[in-house]
Ligand binder design. Structure first.
Ligand code: AMP
Length: 570
């Protein structure tokens, strides 16, 4: 038998199995069967009555003629070769025509389509959709839904060559995602067999970003299969953290808190001192506002920040990150990404603490989960703030909250838009955030605007509208999950900027940092060098790189990728 014939036979067999396997499929076939039996009984009864009435009229016909007459009349073909002469016969003919029209011409096609044809088409589609992953699938990421966070995560996984599979419960959803080129597998999330088929035991992790309750079901079901594959869930309500833990989740990501912290971290709060955004052993990465300091208008080379012990890894210019170069000019809106040990950063702060201090509170728009988390993070930093919240029921701290719509210029004025150093816009609607960004920029051209955004595709529009920093929920969520997968090899410090550890590549063994040309070739900066059990922050250009030692690097996505490509890191 040829392979193509064999494969089409296999596909027909799969369709027949799917068509007859499920409870609903069996119910459909039963309903269709009942209808056909009723129709046969009706035809037989009419054939019998035909004989009785013809007998009554004194005519004799074979049984086959009776069946022939019944079918011709029911289907309204009406050849007219056998007719009744009595009124009784005519009434019977009318009954047969009407019931035939209803049963044969209306109900039969509908019943056939609903109970046979549609399930058959569905079974064909199901048979074409993968119900399992290959047996040798390993280190893949399993996802339970496609949402802005997992969409951004899939982009990251693709960039790093990680395989993934999206488990879809609904067939039409699976088909839609399949057509959009996502790797899809069909299966019920509350069925342990789905996880067996998805090779959960060999997966790098299972990521469930459904509702807090649905994630619990996923955890419990998957844990029934094994208890070692990491399961990552996201929670909206902090109370669910404990429940997810009990259900078997290994990492629970509280996105509103992470988002709030990220928004607060962007805020200069009006001062020029450093604000740490991430730490790696003894090395800290901090942001510092250059506004109103003597650094403005000069290049990094002229500013000689190295004399204070710190190095500048990059510059944020109204939300756009640029890697630092000696000739990079510090502007009035520049935020410096400074790297140093605690001591080096303190040294920096001592020099710049006197600049840019604003006694005015920061404005937070929105007091939902993210707005509240932002307020808590600002509290922790000792930054004063006031809140504008439209919905009086959501007010957390009435003493510092103005109840009203931030889209009303009078409310913004009342909150102090003219003099405040920073506005943090945290509403859950990207359109509103865009509108408020434009309004705040128009009200105060110098205010620092930090905006929350749900979808990555709106980041650019918010920047265009005048936001200095935009934190996207999707990117932050995806990075938080991705960092877990990388087991801290790559840590996303802030949107578009990663810190990662690598071993000194063979190609630069024995060369000094100045000679190796890593920065020139890739755009990445070495911010730390492990040597004799100690981590040297901001290693000097004449430090010699030796094989077997580790470097801490910083770079944006592009530069990190080119580093991985040039030095053959998979
Ligand atoms: P969440 O999505 O939980 O972070 O909530 C967003 C919060 O922003 C809600 O409390 C909304 O009432 C609030 N909000 C939305 N639009 C405005 C607006 N134009 N002015 C003030 N507050 C707003």
């Amino acid at each position: 038998m040829s392979p193509s014939v064999w494969s089409s036979m296999k596909s027909i067999a799969a369709q027949v199995i799917i068509l007859t396997r499920g409870r609903s499929s069996r119910r459909n076939l039963k309903a269709l069967g009942k209808f056909i039996v009723a129709l046969i009984v009706m035809i037989m009864a009419y054939t019998f009555i035909f004989h009785l009435i013809m007998d009554y009229e004194g005519k004799e016909h074979t049984w086959l003629t009776g069946l022939y007459w019944t079918l011709v009349t029911m289907s309204t073909t009406g050849f007219g070769d056998h007719t009744f002469e009595t009124d009784l016969g005519k009434v019977f003919t009318i009954v047969v025509i009407l019931s035939g029209t209803l049963f044969l011409l209306v109900l039969l096609p509908f019943t056939f389509i609903q109970f046979f044809y549609a399930p058959w088409v569905e079974s064909q589609a199901q048979a074409s959709m993968p119900q399992s992953l290959p047996e040798n699938e390993r280190e893949h990421v399993l996802l339970t839904q496609l949402d802005p966070v997992t969409e951004a995560l899939i982009r990251k996984l693709d960039q790093f060559g990680h395989s993934y599979a999206l488990i879809c419960e609904e067939l039409d959803q699976a088909q839609r995602f399949h057509e959009l080129n996502y790797r899809v597998m069909r299966g019920d999330l509350d069925d342990p067999e789905t996880y067996e088929a998805a090779r959960f035991g060999q997966a790098a992790m299972l990521v469930s970003t459904l509702s807090d309750t649905a994630d619990t079901t996923v955890c419990i079901t998957a844990r029934g299969v094994n208890d070692f594959t990491p399961i990552v869930t996201t929670v909206e309500d902090p109370i669910s953290t404990k429940i997810h833990e009990m259900a078997g989740a290994s990492n629970i990501i509280r996105l509103p808190e992470i988002m709030g912290m990220a928004l607060a971290r962007c805020s200069s709060g009006g001062d020029a001192i450093t604000h740490t955004v991430a730490s790696f052993d003894s090395i800290h990465l901090a942001e510092a506002n250059a506004a109103k300091t003597p650094l403005v208008g000069k290049t990094l080379k002229e500013n000689r920040l190295g004399d204070l012990g710190v190095s500048v890894a990059g510059l944020w210019e109204r939300g756009t990150f640029k890697l630092a170069r000696p000739e990079s000019v510090v502007g009035p809106n520049t935020v410096l990404m400074v790297v140093g040990s605690e001591e080096q950063l303190l040294n920096y702060d001592e020099h710049f603490a006197i600049y840019g201090v604003s006694g005015e509170p920061v404005i937070i728009i929105g007091s939902g989960r993210i707005g509240s988390a932002t307020a808590e993070a600002l509290d922790a930093r000792g930054v004063r703030y006031c809140v504008i919240e439209r919905d009086a029921r959501r007010v957390k701290n009435p003493d510092i909250t103005i109840v009203g719509n931030a889209a009303d210029p009078k409310i913004l004025e009342q909150a102090g838009i003219d003099t405040c150093p920073t506005v943090i816009i945290t509403t859950n609607d990207d359109d509103t955030n865009l509108y408020l960004t434009l309004l705040c920029r128009q009200s105060n051209p110098n205010v620092e605007i930090i905006a929350r955004c749900t979808l990555d595709k709106h980041v650019r529009a918010l920047h265009k509208a005048g936001a200095d920093f935009v934190q996207s929920y999707a990117s932050i969520g995806a990075s938080s999950i991705f960092n877990l997968l990388q087991k801290s090899r790559v840590v996303t410090v802030t949107q578009g900027l990663d810190v990662f550890r690598v071993n000194v590549p063979n190609e630069v063994n024995g060369k000094t940092i100045a000679q190796c040309g890593i920065r020139e070739k890739t755009g990445c900066t070495i911010i730390g060098y492990h040597k004799e059990n100690s981590l040297e922050s901001n290693p000097r250009p004449d430090s010699v790189l030796e094989r077997g030692h580790e470097m801490l690097m910083i770079g944006d996505w592009e530069s990190r990728n080119s580093y991985f490509k040039i030095y053959n890191i998979s």
